[in-house]
Design a binder for this molecule. Structure first.
Ligand SMILES: [Zn+2]
Length: 91
């Protein structure tokens, strides 16, 4: 008789997808701080930078994206937190 825990573990492994760095797939050489569409994909709903374990980004591109987001925040294009987003709307 098969062990039910092993069967459950196999189902979980099949459902798990291999994460890929989307910037490597698109062959992006650098992340532009003005490209808000790209940068917003690496932000959470609370406007925090998502870690590599969620996005699957490689080390090189994660550093590029992080620097671009920080530069964009300094320029005022992206919010630092969700509270900054609310103040920008005037609420
Ligand atoms: Zn990459």
């Amino acid at each position: 008789m098969a062990n039910p825990t092993i069967k459950k573990r196999n189902i979980l492994n099949q459902a798990k997808k291999q994460k890929r760095c989307m910037m490597c797939v698109k062959q992006c050489s650098h992340a532009d701080y003005k490209d808000l569409r790209l940068l917003s994909t690496y932000l959470s709903s609370f406007a925090r930078i998502l870690p590599r374990r969620y996005t699957g980004t490689c080390v090189r591109h994660q550093k590029m994206v992080t620097n671009a987001i920080k530069k964009s925040r300094l320029m005022g294009l992206l919010p630092y937190t969700i509270h900054h987003k609310q103040y920008a709307k005037g609420e």
